[in-house]
Design a protein around this ligand. Structure first.
Ligand code: NAD
Ligand code: UD1
Length: 336
């Protein structure tokens, strides 16, 4: 089976490519490398001992995309390509809508033209906004609070409309919680441009000495220690979720939403402690004001993915920290 992976050079994409190759899939990756490096693709091939085909193409380049579909008989698409920085999306909404929504429209149009109707899409728990309670199930109301989140929801809607118009589409909308960690080899991992927005890469960079200290955004939330609680999921568990979704699409048309999380939340200070233990390094921190747009607590009810995909997250927090640290300490400056 030949799978087109958009955004495959990125953090989650590269780990999913690794699992796909391991499971015997043929892969074509398209990525414009706006937030990644081709080095990740070299390393995925080196780790697995298998080949993939890489094209540096932007999803906004319709002709480039058309050529890929024309020259390869693609069976299914996993669509990771997108911009993901919440703050940047607030500052540059049109850029985000253009890249994430128009890029997805171009992709779906090419799929339609070439009769490819199996799609796995990277959505996000951010579509739930501030949930009225936890754990979050897939039927919770959606109300994203920023352009990034709204771009994800728009693509979900487009997918639902595609299926309404043509029932041969099989689409999995995967709502990720907080992906962290790295492959155990320490050869691939998260390599954010500039200052990391997310907790794990920031802590890793403090531990490795690239940043002086972590700002803990708020200690007055209604959580047990006052800091924000999230559902951190190992990126390899997440990657396997994509393979399970792909398998199920073979037999189930429709649009299917799945929460991919562990179902368990950890606070910021719990993560700091766990990371210190894994790395043997002190993670200096200071309490800072709340980050605008943040919520107190967010974790998944992943039961639907358990029942329908036969998937559950297996990897514990300790290994998430061990693996994130191995990647960071072996590659203090990322892929450079
Ligand atoms: P990433 O930035 O590492 O990977 C995204 C990849 O897409 C990058 O390699 C980038 O170069 C590529 N890309 C972006 N726009 C493109 C375009 N127009 N054409 C071609 N390539 C393009 O991010 P990631 O963490 O691996 O996230 C993958 C997907 O999962 C994204 O869609 C993201 O929104 C979604 N997601 C991520 C998280 C997270 O915390 N990492 C959480 C929920 C959802
Ligand atoms: C963020 C995004 C969300 C996205 C998710 C996964 C925002 C407002 N939300 O969510 O859209 O889906 O990442 O990519 O950006 N924290 C600190 N100090 C830091 C960084 C984070 O204290 O330097 C805290 C946060 O307040 C939060 C927790 O750590 O309580 C996790 O933060 P983060 O990794 O950014 O993820 P989310 O807030 O869940």
């Amino acid at each position: 089976m030949k799978v087109l992976v958009t955004g495959g050079a990125g953090y989650i994409g590269s780990h999913t490519c690794l699992e796909l190759l391991g499971a015997g899939y043929e892969i074509i990756v398209v990525d414009n490398l706006c937030n990644s490096r081709e080095e990740s693709m070299k390393r995925v091939q080196e780790i697995t001992g298998k080949k993939l085909i890489f094209h540096k193409i932007d999803l906004l380049d319709e002709q480039g995309l058309d050529n890929i579909f024309k020259e390869s008989s693609i069976d299914a698409v996993i669509h990771f390509a997108g911009l993901k920085a919440v703050g940047e999306s607030v500052a540059m909404p049109l850029h985000y809508y253009h890249n994430n929504v128009t890029g997805s429209l171009n992709l779906c149009a090419a799929m339609l033209k070439y009769g490819v109707t199996k799609l796995v899409f990277s959505s996000s728990a951010t579509v739930y906004g501030d949930p009225h309670t936890v754990p979050i199930t897939e039927d919770f109301p959606v109300s994203p609070t920023n352009p990034y989140g709204r771009s994800k929801l728009m693509v979900e809607e487009i997918c639902r409309d595609l299926y309404a118009a043509d029932s041969s589409w099989s689409i999995a909308l995967l709502r990720y919680f907080n992906p962290v960690g790295a492959h155990q080899s320490g050869r691939i991992g998260e390599d954010p441009n500039d200052i990391p927005n997310n907790l794990f890469p920031f802590i890793s960079q403090v531990a490795v000495g690239r940043r002086a200290e972590l700002a803990v955004f708020g200690d007055d939330y209604p959580t047990y220690d006052g800091t924000g609680v999230r559902d951190y999921i190992h990126v390899l568990d997440l990657a396997i979720g994509h393979l399970k979704a792909l398998e199920r699409l073979d037999e189930h048309s429709g649009t299917h939403i799945y929460n991919l999380g562990t179902g368990r939340g950890y606070s910021v200070l719990e993560i700091v402690k766990a990371f210190e233990k894994a790395s043997g390094k002190q993670v200096r921190y200071q309490i800072a004001p709340r980050r605008p747009g943040d919520i107190a607590t967010c974790y998944a009810d992943p039961a639907k993915a358990g029942q329908e995909l036969n998937w559950s997250a297996k990897i514990e927090l300790k290994q998430m920290c061990d693996d994130a640290w191995r990647w960071q300490s072996n590659n203090p400056k990322g892929y450079i």
